[in-house]
Ligand binder design. Structure first.
Ligand code: ASP
Ligand code: MG
Length: 418
């Protein structure tokens, strides 16, 4: 069997969903389709949630109506009999309205997962109904019953063994050749919905591929495959046809937007190839990530990770940082879910570069108990793999550099935002 994943951009319009029909109708093997929320629905649901948490139910319901209209517009354009689509999503919006109108917004992360996860429930419902109407028979699955996670709301980790039992039972390919499930979402053992982190649908596709022993996983994207840099930021980008799992992990970790960093491990563990394929040109091959490649990457790869903060801590008692305080500082950062992208130390300081997130303030507060803490915001981290002098000067001259690190093949610069 194969896994196909379609992201938010692929399902943001009726046209995109027609394209999914075209792509899926060429497949004659068993298929598990993973789908994200449509377009910017996750962002919109975050606004619903924020209003709900502020106890502004009016604003939350108004935003929810916008989300509903957006989906209705797509249905109107897509279905010959739109009422079939409306009927399918109406109960979901009724549930959401009920939650928003009566719920008590106590725990942000828990409510995030409960409300925002509907984006994927709604999108998969529409696509599943439409595919069935188009003659592509499929079975819709609710991943909130199949992907079992811990209770780390908003960044949940999948329990592979329990999920394997449930998923294999639900998607046995006896009664159906095609299954459709949501990316990004699952539930803990008690059945409370969880999410796997923003852009986590790739990770779902990889986990499903692992659990069902897929022959391959394909992520369909609105790009020609993997490029050596983000064409929105850098000029003269080139296509990379083949990457190793190791290359891909490094790229994703450095901040390449193309795949979620957690995606590679479940695939590497079972040696399942990952194809990144152009949604609008399904005849093209895109890029493949696998254990070994015939063509090593021979161009510099540039990755820009935005919205970074440089945090420097110094033990209050002037003790040597590496000997005494390192584990304490990292324990606090881990507890507050800081995502560390670079580390540097001196005798009495540790500096880390982290993503700016809503958890940062809490972490800085707690660090301040034992450390003197200083930080700089509005930074970006540039990673150059396969570096050379020319490319360094092209990308960093005239930029203010706060920190740099060089290894044999890789250079990293923490730069002030322009
Ligand atoms: N819909 C979720 C998000 O936008 C998950 C995903 O798209 O992968 O973050
Ligand atoms: Mg999305």
């Amino acid at each position: 069997m194969k896994v196909y994943k379609f992201g938010g951009a692929s399902v943001r319009s009726a046209e995109g969903i027609h394209n999914i029909v075209r792509i899926v109708s060429t497949v004659d093997t068993q298929l598990f389709i993973v789908i994200s929320a449509m377009g910017k629905t996750t962002n919109a649901m975050e606004v619903v949630l924020d209003n709900f948490m502020k106890a502004d139910r009016g604003a939350a319901l108004t935003k929810l109506s916008e989300v509903e209209s957006y989906h209705q517009e797509i249905i109107k354009e897509l279905f010959e009999y739109p009422q079939n689509g409306f009927d399918a999503i109406q109960p979901l919006f009724d549930e959401l309205r009920e939650l928003v109108a009566t719920g008590v917004g106590d725990d942000y992360d828990r409510w995030y997962d409960r409300l925002v996860s509907y984006g994927e429930i709604i999108s998969t419902t529409i696509v599943s109904v439409f595919l069935n109407e188009s003659g592509i028979k499929n079975t819709w699955l609710d991943m909130r019953h199949l992907l079992v996670t811990d209770s780390n709301f908003r960044e949940a980790n999948v329990h592979m063994d329990e999920s394997q039992k449930r998923l294999n039972k639900a998607a046995d390919f006896n009664t159906s050749r095609i299954y459709i499930g949501q990316g990004f979402i699952g539930a803990n053992l008690k059945g409370n919905p969880t999410t796997l982190g923003r852009e986590g649908s790739d990770y779902t596709a990889a986990v499903v591929g692992n659990l069902l022993d897929a022959e391959s996983v394909s992520i369909w994207k609105d790009v020609p495959g993997i490029l050596n840099a983000d064409p929105r930021i850098f000029k003269n980008t080139v296509h990379i046809p083949e990457l190793t799992y190791m290359d891909a992990v490094e790229l994703a970790y450095s901040g390449a937007q193309i795949i979620h960093p957690k995606t590679i491990k479940p695939l590497e563990n079972k040696q399942i190839p990952l194809y990144v394929r152009p949604f609008n040109h399904p005849e093209e091959t895109g890029s493949v990530i696998k254990s070994t490649t015939e063509r090593p990457i021979n161009v510099p790869v540039l990755i820009l990770r935005k919205n970074q903060v440089l945090v420097t801590v110094r033990p209050r008692d002037f003790s040597f940082v590496l000997e005494e305080s390192l584990s304490k500082a990292f324990a606090v950062m881990h507890k507050h879910r800081l995502k560390i992208s670079m580390i540097q130390s001196s005798a009495v300081t540790i500096s880390v570069c982290v993503d700016n997130s809503r958890y940062l303030a809490g972490a800085l507060d707690e660090l301040a108990n034992d450390f003197r803490v200083t930080y700089n915001e509005h930074l970006e981290l540039l990673t150059i793999r396969g570096t050379n002098d020319q490319i360094i000067s092209d990308t960093t001259s005239e930029r203010e550099i706060l920190l740099s690190q060089h290894t044999r093949r890789t250079a990293r610069y923490l730069l002030k935002e322009l």
